[in-house]
Design a protein around this ligand. Sequence first.
Ligand code: ATP
Length: 265
Amino acid sequence: MKGIKIPPEHPRAESLRIRERLIEHFSEGVVATAGLIAHGRGEAFDYLVGERTTKPALNAIKAAASALLTAEKPVVSVNGNTATLVAEEIVKLASVTKARIEVNLFYRSVERELAIKELLEKAGAHEILGVGKNASAKIPELGSERRRVDPQGILLADVVLVPLEDGDRTEALVKMGKKVIAIDLNPLSRTAQKATITIVDNVVRAMPKLVEIAEKLKHDVKKCREILSNFDNEKNLAESISLIKESLSKLAESGDYLTLEDEEL
Ligand code: ATP
């Protein structure tokens, strides 16, 4: 790492390393300025969920793996933050679920698209959609550069995984009849509220877990369908919000956040 040296014994060493990685990739043009601000929002919500994969998050991850595995044309949509944080997991997930990978940016520029493509290729990806002229189709209802998608990818997809997406595009994709899977630490964001399956977890924890569960379920279509028919996103999202409320109540009672017990998964 080119940035500051983080002492391994620092109590928040991992969180600091992630910040540094984002800053470094911001300097290289992969991460947008607003991506840094979005990360700060994510970190704040991560405190509130206890910086762990909660039970509702795990349920949503199982449903997400099932939706991707049973999809006809699954696509993983990638922006600068996700490419920086979980490039290898994106490639692994695409391989297990036979999904295509598409660069899809709020702040589009050919330079950023190419920088993200390069990062994904270094992580082992062979085909990246949505770069340059290939992002020639448009999502109805959205203005400017934000609406551009690849006619071979998101436009045709039936299931789209959109880690760290914004609410407008999530809503527009749902209106186009697609199942949208969001990974978003903020359960109150419009993305979280509008997605078909909402994983309220940090993308750095959720993606490896999603790969692991997809590996386990990949030959069991029956089980995938069963998981999907038992999954209720609204109820699950409400549980994520309740968990935050309960954690805050415990904190208010004990005055010591760090002693909060991990729940049984
Ligand atoms: P919306 O438009 O959905 O209401 P927004 O304007 O905050 O929300 P974005 O700017 O695209 O949308 O924000 C990205 C979202 O990603 C935020 O809700 C933020 O909490 C979340 N986020 C940021 N970093 C992470 C991360 N590492 N893991 C999971 N979620 C994250």
